[in-house]
Write a protein that binds this ligand. Sequence first.
Ligand SMILES: [Zn+2]
Length: 284
Amino acid sequence: MYEKTGNIIKLARENNTSAIAFICMDYVMARTVVYAAEATKTPAIVMLYPEHVTVQRTTGFRNYAAMVKELAEEVSVPVGLHCDHDYTYEAIMHTIDCGFESVMMDGSMNDLDTNIALTKKVVESAHAKGAIVEGEIGHVGVAADADNNREDLFTKPDAAEKFCAEAGVDTLAVSIGNAHGEYKETPHLDIQRLEAIRSATDVPLVLHGGSGIPDDQLLVAFSKGINKFNLGTDYLRHYFNALTEFTKDYADVADPVRVINMPEYVQAKLQPYVEDRLRTLCRF
Ligand SMILES: [Zn+2]
């Protein structure tokens, strides 16, 4: 069933665990998450990366929100909807107007005061429309550039406290040794820093850049205040591999209409991966 992402995060927090938000670029990826959630009886979040609408054009904002809500109603487990990194007030208000009740305002490339001002404006308008806002402080960089080793990008506990109090965000993405994309070497989360951030603010914390962080580190982080965990690169890699297998398996099929079998084929290949992530990492 469709559930507001805010309520799923609340549930995760009560259980001292994290919900997983999976980047889904299209119907096949979203449907796979919904059915893996049902199979494992684990709440999950389907997450849109806005550039998949504005740049790659794999979907649209309004139809994505409607699609996820419709899929969620096919199952009994709670499924949420969230829109990942966006950078402007106008873009986020449009996303909310298209049906998203959970959004991210990423002002982390600005100085603290600018980030607070930009995020606060989004929060006030979003709350008036019944939506929650994830902010970011410190900066979650790019794994390929080894940004996860750059302590100058890490979230400072005192800045997190100020940011949450003044911007009024509902959740907070932190930089504690994580980064987006493929890590060059095994990352090591700064758990002490996470604990200090946890003590500095009461807001549920979010971990981005989840692909490649060892499970044992994730489970520790989930027990220390991370209540939403974003998974993108790893899931997209599995999608790519499933599509590759499909084209191999169907290479000798003369009838091009057989491409209609692709969604079911790919979902069957993908769903075990998503189920494994939910079973291994979530403790609802
Ligand atoms: Zn991110």
